[in-house]
Design a protein around this ligand. Structure first.
Ligand SMILES: Nc1ncnc2c1ncn2[C@@H]1O[C@H](COP(=O)(O)OP(=O)(O)O)[C@@H](O)[C@H]1O
Ligand SMILES: [Mg+2]
Length: 240
């Protein structure tokens, strides 16, 4: 369970990017964070990713305050956190397999069975030796998802992971995230301003505005319906 208690974060003296956030995220749920640009969504993920301490308040991960731990203990805790961003941030001069294996390598580990399992899980079984530039944007994001899953994280932080993708690819990536959740059961914190995506994936969501938590609400989940015929779908929308 993730508990945030009176959490604040200021980057400058004058303004707080986040102020007095109280929030509980249950283990294994997909929790949405919704808000307009500048609301503090990425700052919240930055804190959950343990990249820097809060200015005030506490983060508790399963009852543990990571900022009371030694740096080494905190680093071990961070190994249980995966991140997926709007852009995949793949290493251009490494193959798909090497990119997926990177978090393990950084931990001094090697597990080619796991890397291959994830390559197949994200549907890129035939692309292991390809380089990122040879993949489409959606395929690159699949690699980023495999890379985030390879360490079997307890928590996955997603920062607008589909905001740079077209609708069909968005649905593919969201479907994959849902499968990842069912298969590996991590807690997922899903930041997005796309409400269809949040409604598809999240059980509960928080609304942020100007660094403050406005509401926490259950989400009535809804499937995303896309017309299989792209041209007809665009025509219908343009003419509606
Ligand atoms: N590293 C930083 N240094 C200074 N200000 C920052 C930094 N990161 C975020 N901010 C500020 O914090 C506020 C919230 O930003 P952010 O969390 O990125 O919002 P969102 O992801 O919701 O668009 C903004 O006013 C932004 O300018
Ligand atoms: Mg952001």
């Amino acid at each position: 369970m993730i508990v945030l208690k009176a959490l604040s974060k200021s980057f400058t003296r004058e303004t707080a990017a986040l102020a007095d956030i109280n929030l509980t995220i249950k283990t294994g749920e997909v929790f949405g964070i919704v808000g307009e640009s500048g609301a503090g969504k990425s700052t919240l993920l930055h804190l959950l990713n343990l990249l820097s301490p809060p200015t005030k308040g506490e983060i508790l991960l399963d009852g543990v305050d990571p900022w009371q731990l030694t740096e080494q203990e905190r680093r071990q805790l961070r190994q249980k956190i995966g991140t997926i961003f709007q852009t995949p941030h793949l290493l251009a001069n490494r193959t798909v397999l090497e990119n997926i294996a990177l978090p393990l390598k950084l931990q001094g580990r090697k597990d080619s069975a796991k890397v291959n399992e994830l390559l197949n899980f994200v549907g890129l079984g035939d692309k292991g030796r390809a380089y990122p530039r040879q993949l489409s944007g959606g395929q690159q994001q699949r690699v980023a998802i495999a890379r985030a899953l390879v360490t079997e994280p307890a928590m996955i932080l997603c920062d607008e992971p589909t905001s740079a993708l077209d609708e069909r690819t968005t649905l593919e990536i969201l479907t994959l995230l849902k499968q990842a959740q069912t298969t590996f059961q991590p807690t997922i914190v899903f930041v997005s301003h796309e409400l269809t995506a949040v409604k598809y994936l999240c059980q509960n969501a928080a609304i942020l505005a100007a660094g403050k938590l406005q509401e926490v609400t259950p989400v009535r989940q809804r499937a995303i319906v896309t017309d299989t015929n792209y041209t007809q779908q665009v025509l219908a929308r343009l003419q509606a």
